[in-house]
Unconditional design. Structure first.
Length: 153
């Protein structure tokens, strides 16, 4: 498996990453995704894609690989953690679940966080996502807060 950090304008964002991301965020169209990344990039938003070799390919080969995981993340300064890596999105393609993709993405993000001097890696997970919660507990993450939300408009 290979994990690649994708920059704005990279065609793999919409060709490879977006179809996987839409399994978690079905409301995203190509245009909306581009708009969000254009605005979010200046706010620190980044995307990483996990690629698995295409079926029948050599395990170490990255060309022709299939995107099987996506992570949207940013490093932010906060009064609570001082500096943390916040994960906006973390999703493994349904066909590739339970094969270590999520673990590999989290390890990649943790390495980025440590290199950037972050004190924590943090994410929110919908209360209905019990399978995801089991995964986060296995990854030694803890529930440390409630997230409150008020819809506007």
């Amino acid at each position: 498996m290979e994990i690649i950090d994708l920059e704005p304008g990279d065609p793999r964002l919409t060709d490879d990453l977006l179809p996987v991301l839409r399994e978690l965020r079905p409301h995203l169209t190509q245009d909306l995704f581009r708009q969000i990344y254009a605005e979010g990039y200046g706010q620190g938003l980044r995307f990483s894609a996990a690629y698995s070799p295409a079926y029948g390919e050599d395990e170490g080969k990255s060309e022709g690989g299939v995107c099987v995981g996506a992570a949207g993340w940013r490093i932010v300064a906060t009064t609570v953690a001082v500096r943390k890596l916040y994960v906006d999105d973390l999703v493994t393609a349904e066909a590739a679940r339970s094969r270590g993709v999520g673990h590999a993405l989290l390890a990649h993000l943790e390495a980025i966080a440590r290199a950037a001097g972050c004190t924590s890696l943090n994410l929110d997970s919908g209360t209905h996502r019990t399978d995801a919660h089991r995964f986060y507990f296995r990854e030694r993450m803890a529930v440390t807060a409630f997230n409150f939300d008020k819809k506007l408009g």
